[in-house]
Design a protein around this ligand. Structure first.
Ligand code: ADA
Length: 760
């Protein structure tokens, strides 16, 4: 029988590039898996100083024995950030590129007859330009962060050699009469006339509803289940399918698959349609890492994240920007979250054939390893890939990736997350089945109110495209507060206000097939330094330690979770100055009554669709109790009236906000804003790439100076985000990601065009 043995305990580990050890390296550190060496430095504010290197793990294992001869032994690495080589007894067994997918090595022939073996894994998160992601807004944690197994199987077994897949696929197809056809496929290693594949389909109560057998040489079978119960976010009903390899009265191998019956499609006017019911997908994106643990997580951690997302009332999650743990997809199947799964083909395109091959292998692994999860409805093939500009090669590679996804899995839809400024007539619009945009109007640039009109206009101009919102969001840090929130103040109140608007925009546009908040949780982004917090992206609705739900979390709960709720906002804005203060309450109930110091002071009846209730009250000197009641719920807090609000409520560096909102320009001496952009022959300009600018010390000094002033981003050649920037021009960066403030291009261009290009 198959035996899966966890090898998570008792490893030796070294951060040095020590090479293959001779025997047990007792002087190395003792660690257990899951493990990352970037648990702290991956987001502690070192900027790009987190350790990226080649590290080594080693442990002994005993050769597992099958009762009968001919058995095989596999090492299964569930993920290794980002490149890994597996050695058994000093011999290389496998090399793998890509930090998020599982891979296996057949080590049978490397195992010693006496049973004592040494397993060594060299794992590296060094920069490699042929392995995606090369550059992106998140930390590339290194390590064996999902654990390692040993799998022992008899000679005849369900395949373990194909891209880390399970060797059995289950494709349930809804039949017209209310039943479902379970299309069962299996790949058997060393099949033979003595072996039969026995399939069994059980309902959620464990009752067998279908059963069938096939010879192991041609194991495929379609089984019909009458009156199939459908899978949906409201009713995530799962069947359990087992495939057993039978030899006489003995099952020699067994694979179990949780499966769900559902049909889905997208329509440009009706959005996402699940089981023939229009079901706008409204939810969040998720990065997997946690505070001071990085991506080395337990099964419980993954389930906790999925449960927090479910409690929000979301019916979808975009698993950005890479393959997530199998536990998370399991949780989505069971809890009912429609998944957009994707590969890290992100940010900057590398035209080299080996980089494309890496995309192909990561997409193949993603699909082969996760094919059976009913929660997955979409395969995402790239994210913001036009950051570095457009090329025909990008189109060609996208066409190939899309065709690959369709070949491996004709049952799912393919999708893409566009950079904000991707033109409506870009050839990238017609490759995938559906498209979606990452928009940050109301944060990096533009106004929050621009989102709705943009979506309406695009929809009107491209009525044949299924449009979704793959990312939108803004930063919120729960220490910062004030009565008058504004863009780039990083306050909890601004973030909440932004999301109040966006929740409404989405609720009024059911034709948008998806909407994914960026992000459910704050996450590690080593190169960042914003809002007085280094090394993090703070756009989460929930903090990175999963302990604090920001106010913005509750506005979505009010919209998406039908359970009655009431939430008083601004509880952390606990000390307030001024004659009056605004108390904001979120609820999905018919009316909200507000109590101040135990006395009813106001009641508001909800207008249709209303979720936000605003009350202006006068606090008395000192402490005040504030409570909000709805027919079914109650929430309560306390505010102190103070002379002056605490300094900690404001961004530590007040100029930070200015830097982004336009006044940064004053820091440059406040000179007149130069006129339109010009591009004189033989001079540098904002149309030269960062790489080209770096060749002239003078031009590099100019661009470095202004980048620092405008974004606090220190340009250093060959470090960190340099790899993302080097092939871009400042103009592309400004227009594409809207990261740079108004006037930036004109000021910088005026300086650059003074510098002559000298060619030696
Ligand atoms: C992009 C990108 C994300 C994210 C976001 C941001 O849209 O896809 O990875 O980091 O920007 O916060 O700026």
């Amino acid at each position: 029988m198959r035996n899966v043995i966890s090898l998570n305990a008792g490893w030796y580990f070294t951060k040095r590039n020590a090479g293959l050890p001779d025997g047990a390296p007792e002087d190395w550190e003792r660690v257990d898996l899951p493990h990352t060496w970037n648990a702290v430095d991956g987001h502690d504010g070192n900027r790009d100083g987190y350790y990226r290197g080649s590290c080594w793990y080693a442990r002994a294992f005993e050769t597992p024995r099958q009762p009968l001869p001919g058995g095989r032994v596999y090492v299964e690495v569930l993920a290794a950030g980002q490149q890994a080589t597996v050695f058994v007894n000093g011999q290389e067994a496998a090399y793998h590129e890509g930090g998020y997918s599982a891979f296996r090595a057949d080590v049978t022939d490397l195992c010693r007859a006496d049973g004592e073996n040494q397993l060594v894994i060299n794992c590296s998160n060094e920069y490699r330009d042929s392995v995606y992601p090369q550059t992106a807004d998140f930390t590339f944690y290194g390590g064996l962060y999902r654990g390692v197994n040993l799998i022992s199987v008899p000679a005849t077994h369900f395949d373990l050699d194909y891209y880390g897949g399970p060797g059995v696929t289950v494709t349930p197809v809804v039949a017209e009469d209310g039943g479902a056809l379970f299309c069962l496929r299996a790949w058997v290693t060393e099949p033979g006339p003595d072996y039969t594949v026995l399939y069994s389909v059980k309902d959620a109560w464990g009752r067998e509803v279908a059963c069938g057998a096939r010879p192991s040489e041609s194991p495929d079978l379609d089984l019909y289940v009458p009156r199939a119960r459908l899978w949906s976010p409201e009713d995530p009903y799962l069947y359990t399918v087992t495939a057993a390899l039978q030899y006489r009265n003995e099952a020699v191998d067994l694979v179990t698959v949780r499966s769900g019956v559902r049909s889905f499609r997208c329509d440009p006017r009706e959005g996402f349609i699940l089981n023939d019911i229009p079901t706008p997908l409204r939810g969040v994106s998720r990065h997997q890492d946690r505070l001071y643990r990085g991506n080395a997580l337990s099964e419980e951690d993954h389930w906790e994240d999925a449960q927090i997302i479910k409690d929000l009332g979301a019916n979808t999650v975009r698993l950005a920007h890479y393959q997530h743990s199998r536990h998370f997809y399991d949780a989505c199947d069971e809890l009912g979250l429609v998944v957009w799964a994707e590969i890290p083909f992100i940010s900057v395109f590398n035209p080299a054939p080996e980089a494309h091959r890496n995309c192909v292998s990561q997409l193949t692994e993603l699909i082969v390893q996760n094919y059976n999860h009913p929660s997955i409805c979409f395969w995402g093939i790239s994210n913001e890939i036009l950051i570095g500009g457009f090329s025909e090669k990008i189109v060609e590679n996208h066409l190939e990736l899309n065709a690959l996804a369709k070949k491996l899995d004709p049952t799912r839809l393919t999708t893409i997350a566009h950079l904000s400024n991707t033109p409506g007539d870009s050839p990238l619009q017609h490759i995938t089945d559906v498209i979606a945009y990452n928009h940050y109007m109301g944060w990096y640039g533009g106004k929050t109110e621009d989102n709705g009109p943009w979506l309406d206009k695009f929809h009107a101009e491209h009525p044949d495209l299924c449009l979704g919102l793959s990312e939108y969001g803004c930063e919120g840090i729960v220490t910062y507060h004030g009565p008058d929130p504004g863009c780039k103040d990083y306050s909890e109140e601004y973030q909440a206000q932004y999301h109040e608007h966006m929740a409404k925009v989405l609720s009024e546009r059911p034709w948008l097939w998806c909407g994914h908040v960026w992000n459910m949780f704050d996450f590690g982004a080593a190169a960042r330094d914003e809002g007085g917090v280094r090394g993090r992206n703070n756009k989460g609705l929930v903090t990175m330690d999963r302990r604090t739900k920001k106010d913005s979390y509750y506005i979505y709960k009010a919209y998406w979770n039908p359970e009655p709720m009431v939430h008083i906002c601004g509880k952390r804005y606990a000390q307030r100055a001024g004659e009056t203060t605004v108390v904001k309450v979120y609820s999905n109930e018919s009316h909200v009554t507000l109590y101040l110091n135990g006395e009813e002071c106001a009641r508001t009846d909800a207008a249709p669709g209303q979720r936000v209730f605003t009350f202006t009250v006068s606090l008395r000197e000192g402490m005040n109790t504030v409570a909000a009641r709805t027919p079914a719920r109650c929430d309560s807090t306390a505010f102190e009236k103070v002379e002056r609000e605490p300094e900690i409520y404001a961004l530590p560096d007040a100029s930070e906000r200015a830097r982004f909102t336009g006044n940064w320009f004053e820091k440059t001496g406040g000179q007149e804003l130069p006129g339109e952009l010009t591009f004189p022959e033989g001079r540098y300009s904002v149309r030269d790439t960062y790489e080209e600018l770096s060749r002239s010390p003078e031009a590099f000094a100019v661009i470095s100076k202004y980048m620092l002033l405008a974004t606090n981003f220190k340009l250093t050649k060959n470090e960190g985000n340099w790899f993302m920037l080097r092939s871009l021009t400042p103009e592309e960066l400004a227009l594409g990601k809207k990261l740079l403030p108004e006037g930036f291009l004109r000021v910088v261009n005026a300086e650059l065009t003074k510098i002559e290009k000298e060619y030696i």
